[in-house]
Design a protein around this ligand. Structure first.
Ligand SMILES: [Zn+2]
Length: 379
């Protein structure tokens, strides 16, 4: 089927105002593998919008040549609500200004609703069970009450992606090297994605818990296995959050490089025809998500970094000083913040001002770190 464009209206937030999602579809509806890609769910994280825009024309041409083997769904921007969140020239797109929270949280766990629908009819046939569970997930979502514009958005995004084989959620950090959140259970078979994208840091994470968008389509597969141990439950889909460097890294050359990496990955895994060649050598080794040290400011002040992004740190190396500009004694004015782990300094906030208790920098270490007693401030 040729390229099609669909418009999905969101609930109007007020009289005279209406926003919508634009969905590009390639390949044949229902064909496998189904791939879902969206960018800028955190609407102020724009690098991925250029990556997906770069791919639209390539996909259109490939589709016309019959080279899209599966079905590909692309939303170059996933969050028109957040794209409109401008305040006096500053674009804020991470939280819903109407109070509905972080746009990348609060996706529902569909397990019980799916089990209630199809738990009794699952048998020994893996593929039939896969189909039944996917249909159960779509029916459960259809029933899910979503009130308010942000929840209607969450429901629409999940409905488009919940039955996919591959889910790509394109984000970025404030300032960062290229990195990604990689599903630990797919590392053996799909590590070429990290290599293709030149990721310095690969954070292996579990997809059986959480309310982020990227696990909304995996949690229920894991939980159904626990709930129905006598049934044959297939593996959850491949899901990943790409962190395409920092918010200022919106650049055509970088976008084209990333788009080509994604393209070769899709070719190698049977979604698009063509020979991708061998994947490049990996740039970084995987480390556990629980090994990330979030440097936290002990006091308010202005950040002065001691090291460059991408630097390899040792435990107790100073990451930054928090400077009290009004203290006349130069040394006393500077409070050091040290790394709790050996690892790569991969991301930092865009703002150079910190509050006490705020996390501002991230270091990927090889071993899980203890959880803090209380959560740090994480914008
Ligand atoms: Zn984000």
């Amino acid at each position: 089927m040729p390229h099609s464009i669909e418009t999905i209206p969101l609930m109007s937030p007020g009289p005279g105002t209406k926003r919508a999602l634009t969905v590009h579809r390639f390949g044949n509806p229902g064909a496998r593998p189904k791939v879902y890609l969206h960018a800028a769910l955190h609407a102020d994280e724009l690098p991925g919008t250029l990556v997906l825009n770069r791919m639209l024309g390539w996909l259109k041409d490939a589709d016309a040549r019959g080279e899209v083997n599966g079905e590909i769904v692309v939303l170059p921007y996933a969050n028109p609500v957040g794209l409109a969140s401008q305040i006096y020239g500053y674009h804020l797109g991470r939280y819903d200004l109407d109070g509905d929270g972080n746009f990348n949280r609060w996706y529902p766990d569909l397990t019980d609703r799916i089990a209630g629908r199809v738990g009794n009819v699952l048998g020994d046939d893996m593929e039939e069970n896969r189909r039944l569970i996917r249909d159960g997930a779509l029916a459960a979502l259809d029933d899910w009450r979503a009130e308010g514009e942000a929840n209607v958005l969450r429901k629409a995004l999940l409905t488009l992606s919940v039955d996919a084989d591959y889910i790509f959620d394109l984000h970025c950090h404030g300032q960062a090297v290229q990195y990604l959140y990689f599903p630990a259970d797919y590392w053996e078979t799909h590590a070429d994605l990290a290599a293709e994208l030149g990721c310095r840091v690969v954070l292996l994470y579990r997809t059986d818990e959480g309310t982020n968008f990227d696990v909304a389509s995996t949690v229920f597969w894991h939980r159904l296995r626990e709930l129905l141990p006598e049934r044959v439950i297939p593996s959850p889909p491949f899901t990943t959050t790409l962190e395409l460097r920092g918010q200022p890294d919106v650049d055509e050359a970088l976008a084209e490089r990333d788009a080509r990496g994604l393209w070769r990955f899709l070719q190698r895994h049977g979604v698009i025809a063509g020979d991708p060649g061998q994947p490049p050598e990996p740039v970084g080794a995987p480390t556990p998500l629980e090994g990330v040290d979030h440097a936290v400011a002990p006091c308010a002040g202005v950040l002065s970094y001691a090291v460059e992004l991408g630097a390899r740190l040792k435990k107790d190396d100073v990451v930054a000083w928090v400077v009290d500009p009004s203290e006349a004694d130069f040394d006393k004015a500077r409070t050091p913040v040290k790394s709790r782990t050996d690892g790569v300094f991969f991301g930092r906030n865009l703002s150079m001002l910190v509050r006490p208790g705020q996390g501002f920098a991230s270091i990927a270490g090889p071993e899980p770190l203890p959880e803090p007693d209380l959560p740090y401030i994480d914008y």
